[in-house]
Design a protein around this ligand. Structure first.
Ligand SMILES: Cc1ncc(COP(=O)(O)O)c(C=O)c1O
Length: 414
């Protein structure tokens, strides 16, 4: 298969159409003009069917007809996608909704859903003969890019904000990335990376400018549609930083609906932390985005100047969905709820989606008779420090049976 399954690239702002030679953003709209890739669905439908999917391997390359890659490329050996979806009745009961499903995307190779995008990014970089690939990231896109560059033998240069958690930095370093820790915010790191890519011609993995990345993220939606099939829940919930993830997931679900693989479309619920919620503000006020300050414990969604806000808002509106804000306290509570009632340990930005579902139920946005699928997009070990805030401390005692008895009595365990 060549790229004949792709028809064109369209600017999300001015809707101008480009061919595949247009690599990054729309030349007229600049950085505001993120491109969207459009497919020839009649052609795709000839080979991507329920029957053909049943024969394919359980990883995200099973959707090749809906990915911007050709048959001749070398794929990284790492297993990406087909992450489990768990039914979580105790979580549903705690939140007071009919059913909750949790998709644990922290089960990807570098422990976040960003592997879906990075795997496509490195393939495109190699296809174009790049030797160096760069990105700016709050942490997960970075560790994922470092891992996938290692898989294909590319050099990665990564810009992270000062506050990126240590476990994520450690992942970068162990995979051999050159890590530039920028003394500033994510926005500072992003601009720094952007200028460096322009100056030295590195392949730019930033999802805000590179339209191929969102196609990788789309596979989360393709999977949700295939895995839930006839049982598609009323809501699909994602936390939102830049906006690219929820937009990609919606695109994937929509495509599978178009291809007849899932009969029903869900409403998308986008969740932002109250201290970093410029997309919620733009969504509610029906205005263009105004950048804001960004402050939350959920580092992966601590984004004050998101670039894919247009795509995110369009996805939420097209699905008749909603957006909601949550506090850091609610994130910590959701971390405990996911871990203790569904045994899924998510990082703060991951469980923020669950916190959003709870808040949306309290606000009456989600009804008690409805069901929801929550995507927990990153593993809790990515940010152990915050997890400890949610989890508390162990009980430290001398190895003495009397002391143990006292402690167990105090804890009402005997
Ligand atoms: C774990 C996790 N959840 C959610 C998000 C939000 O995705 P996006 O920035 O594309 O909106 C990120 C982004 O880094 C993430 O790492």
């Amino acid at each position: 298969m060549t790229l004949q399954h792709i028809t064109q690239l369209r600017c999300v702002k001015c809707h101008a159409i480009y061919g595949l030679e247009q690599q990054y953003t729309c030349p007229t709209c600049g950085l505001d003009g993120v491109l969207d890739i459009e497919y020839n669905y009649d052609l795709v439908a000839k080979t991507l069917t329920k029957a053909s999917l049943a024969e394919r391997e359980h990883n995200h390359w099973r959707y090749r007809e809906l990915l911007p890659i050709s048959d001749s490329v070398t794929l990284p050996h790492l297993q990406v996608g087909w992450t489990p979806i768990y039914h979580a009745p105790r979580v549903a009961q705690a939140i007071d909704v009919k059913d909750v499903y949790i998709k644990d995307d922290g089960r990807n190779p570098t422990a976040s859903f960003k592997d879906r995008a990075s795997s496509v990014g490195v393939v495109k970089a190699v296809e174009q003969g790049a030797k160096i690939i760069a990105c700016a990231s709050t942490g997960n896109a970075a560790s994922s890019l470092a891992g996938f560059s290692a898989a294909l033998g590319l050099k990665s240069i990564i810009f992270v904000p000062e506050r990126a958690p240590e476990p994520k930095i450690t992942q970068l370093l162990i995979f051999g990335a050159t890590v530039i820790r920028v003394q500033g915010s994510y926005e500072d790191a992003w601009w720094f990376c952007q200028r460096a890519c322009e100056r030295w011609g590195w392949y730019n993995r930033n999802a805000a400018v590179n339209p191929y990345l969102v196609e990788g993220k789309k596979t989360a939606g393709l999977e949700i549609a295939e895995q839930m099939s006839d049982n598609m829940p009323n809501w699909v919930v994602f936390s939102v930083g830049d906006g690219c993830t929820i937009a990609g997931a919606w695109k994937g679900i929509w495509e599978m609906h178009k291809l007849g693989i899932t009969p029903r479309l869900p409403k998308m619920l986008g969740v932002q932390a109250i201290g970093a919620s410029p997309i919620v503000t733009a969504f509610r006020n029906q205005t263009d985005l105004v950048s804001s300050s960004a402050e939350t414990i959920a580092d992966s969604i601590c984004v004050g100047e998101p670039r894919n806000w247009r795509k995110a808002i369009k996805a939420i509106e097209d699905s008749n969905g909603e957006m909601i804000q949550i506090t850091d306290e609610e994130i910590l509570e959701a971390m405990r709820l996911a871990a203790r009632s569904a045994a899924v340990f998510g990082e703060p930005a991951g469980v923020a989606a669950l916190a959003g579902l709870k808040r949306a139920r309290q606000a009456g946005v989600v009804k008690a008779k409805e069901s929801a699928l929550v995507v927990i997009a990153g593993n809790g070990l990515k940010d152990v420090q915050t997890a400890r805030q949610a989890a508390g401390s162990p009980i430290s005692i001398e190895p003495n049976m009397d002391k143990l008895e006292q402690v167990l009595a105090r804890e009402k365990l005997i």
